[in-house]
Design a protein around this ligand. Structure first.
Ligand code: SAH
Ligand code: SF4
Ligand code: F3S
Length: 458
């Protein structure tokens, strides 16, 4: 075990990915170094409870930790995030090795709590209270300046969709102060970021809660888009019912706003949408898609879909497939419905049997494969720009062999404005990470594209 070292295991959404990165940076500011699981003095499991069996996942992660660290009592194990919020001190009973449980707001206090627990080996702590204000985190400088930065603009959700646990685990919606958001964006841009993704569970409702400062989502977007140095702006996740005309028009008026929107549909049947408490119907969703495409004709949409919601009939399910076709989603995340504690649908009758859910999920995913393939194929021949992320993973595993001498080109991976990974050969020996490179798309793979440096920029 290396003293003052840490290891973070992350489950869940981008919020958790972002929280884990912050935890790491905050610990490093206190003199900790990242380490492999087997060597770490502090192990943090940052958890998600949105779908099936999250508690088992946490327990099996704890089992892995015990195995890797040899059950060493000197290793400080912390559970943070949504399962921590849900179970609280119960986690101490379930796993004696856990000494810190920090929920959605409490995670902001976790770095200090870890220091305290290292000094007091007998102590245990829970940090599971929700705060009144937006839980502002201490500033933590990033280890490596990423070209792409995530910035949180709100926490929690007030929507209470009938299937969802998030309002219980992340708490009520709390908007962050506009000044703090802009400050963090400026900081990331100064460190070298050129792409910013604004994060929240329901971003379009930004400002519409008691911690809001009067700034609307659109006004915030405008201010972020105007920051010098920003080249690409994205946000996730919007709610269709909260996308106002200004939010739609922004796709036409803000040039840095990427032409890609993840817009969760969940289901195509109006009866199911009503029971889900989504507060839009299929016609409203289609109108929104039409307006978005009118504002930005090259906009691509992706979505989240749930199959087998209680009471979903075959024709309800067919309506979901029809909507997928009508919207032409480039990609989607799709899930079988599962009961979540506290969520209203847990008490709904007519649960769909798992085998029916799985069969529907397979049909849905087969359709999505076709739609995705069609979308990727249509990109072939187009000129676009990539934000380079690094060498292609394949390349790293097996460097190009070129008859002995050093390779003249290496396979790199970047993201196009749609967030699609694109592989492109680039001159060897240089670090292209973080640069914007114009390319022409020459081929489509199953989930990615292949490009060549655009002729004009050669
Ligand atoms: N705030 C976002 C995302 C919430 S969670 C939104 O409003 O869309 C991410 C996705 O998990 C949801 O969009 C939904 O598709 C899925 N999900 C949430 N609860 C679920 C449940 N009980 N069963 C299956 N999928 C669920
Ligand atoms: Fe969950 Fe609905 Fe809130 Fe999304 S909008 S986090 S699905 S309650
Ligand atoms: Fe999971 Fe919590 Fe995110 S439940 S999806 S980690 S908000």
């Amino acid at each position: 075990m290396q003293p003052r070292s840490y290891h973070v295991i992350t489950f869940g959404c981008q919020m958790n990915v972002h929280d884990s990165a912050w935890l790491g940076a905050a610990l490093e500011a206190r003199g900790f170094a990242p380490a492999e699981l087997a060597d770490a003095e502090v192990v943090i499991i940052n958890t998600c409870s949105v779908r099936e069996k999250p508690e088992q996942k946490v327990m099996s992660a704890l089992g892995r930790v015990r195995q890797a660290t040899g059950g060493d009592g000197r290793v400080l194990v912390a559970v943070t995030g949504c399962v921590a919020q849900q179970l609280g001190a119960e986690l101490f009973d379930r796993s004696p090795q856990v000494r810190l449980v920090a929920g959605s707001d409490g995670i902001t206090e976790a770095p200090g709590a870890i220091e305290r627990l290292l000094a007091e080996p007998e102590a245990r702590l829970t940090l599971c209270a929700f705060t009144e204000d937006f839980p502002e985190k201490e500033a933590a400088p990033r280890r490596c300046a990423d070209a792409s930065a995530l910035v949180t603009i709100m926490q929690g959700c007030d929507n209470f969709c009938a299937y969802c646990i998030v309002p219980f685990t992340r708490g009520r919606q709390k908007s962050r102060a506009t000044s703090a958001i802009l400050e963090e964006c400026r900081q990331r841009l100064a460190e070298g970021a050129i792409e910013i993704t604004l994060l929240g569970q329901n971003v379009n409702a930004f400002g519409r809660d008691k911690t809001g400062d009067g700034t609307s989502f659109f006004r915030l977007l405008e201010q972020v888009a105007a920051l010098p140095g920003l080249r690409r702006l994205r946000y996730v996740t919007p709610h269709p019912k909260d996308m106002g005309p200004e939010d739609v028009a922004a796709f036409g008026s803000l040039p840095t706003l990427c032409p890609r929107l993840h817009l969760p549909l969940q289901a195509g049947s109006d009866a199911v949408l009503r029971r889900m408490r989504r507060r839009y119907d299929s016609a409203g969703f289609l109108r929104l898609v039409e307006d978005l495409r009118a504002a930005r004709p090259d906009l691509a949409l992706s979505t989240d879909l749930i199959v087998g919601f209680p009471g979903e009939t075959e024709s309800d399910f067919q309506a979901t497939l029809d909507m997928m076709e009508a919207c032409g989603f480039m990609s989607s995340f799709s899930f079988c419905y599962s009961d979540r504690p506290g969520a209203a649908a847990t008490r709904f009758p007519d649960k769909v049997p798992p085998e029916v859910q799985h069969e529907r999920l397979q049909r849905l995913q087969a359709l999505q494969d076709r739609l995705g393939r069609r979308w990727l194929d249509a990109r072939v021949g187009v000129e676009t720009t990539l934000l380079m992320e690094g060498k292609s993973p394949r390349q790293e595993a097996a460097p190009a062999k070129d008859g002995g001498g050093p390779p003249r080109e290496e396979d790199w991976q970047g993201r196009d404005p749609y967030g699609v990974p694109v592989h492109v050969p680039l001159p060897a020996g240089a670090d292209h990470t973080g640069s914007l490179i114009p390319v022409q798309i020459v081929a489509a793979k199953r989930h990615s594209l292949v490009g060549r440096v655009a002729p004009a920029s050669r």
